[in-house]
Design a binder for this molecule. Sequence first.
Ligand SMILES: [Fe+2]
Length: 205
Amino acid sequence: MSKKGLPIHLSKEDMARLVKVGLLHDVGKAKIPPQIINKPGKLTDQEFEIIKLHPVFSYEIAKKSNEKDIDILNGIRGHHEKINGTGYPDNLRYNEICLFARITIISDIYDAMVSKRVYKDAHSPFEVLDEFSQGRFSNLDMELVNAFLSNMPIELLDKFVLLSDGSIGRIIYINPNNFMYPIVEAQGEIILTNERLKCVSMYNA
Ligand SMILES: [Fe+2]
């Protein structure tokens, strides 16, 4: 696997600004009642309307804390928009959604999927990359999705995973045409994972 994925040409400064969007985009959730944020079951329409306020709350909190960078502010506010205009809070379309928001939309979905929540278990990164590659998440900037799919596997190389038989393996190859079943090394053996022996989760020693 190449050590370099598709570039999206961000300068170091832009990367630092993007990290700020990543850190602050959900800070507004602190203003949403915890019983809605932590509700284990399906949200009612009314509860979802309240959840939909959080990008604006995050934007306002960042603004109040003296953030003046308009790209950072718009990145925070726009992280739940969709390129066909059906997202929230402003129903923006593709070219109205700033680059930082379009990137954060993708990383936010990935993070939500690989994280355990009160209402769902964590998915393995391989499962999630596979779902991205199959277009399961619609209305994203496909150029950025392709850059993500080309770069993210590189980050996972050499990392440890828990296999479904309880053993620990190290990722040595991720096939870009089959994210679901990477090749791992476990107890000195090279294993092509499959439906019966798969990566369950990342393993942090
Ligand atoms: Fe959010």
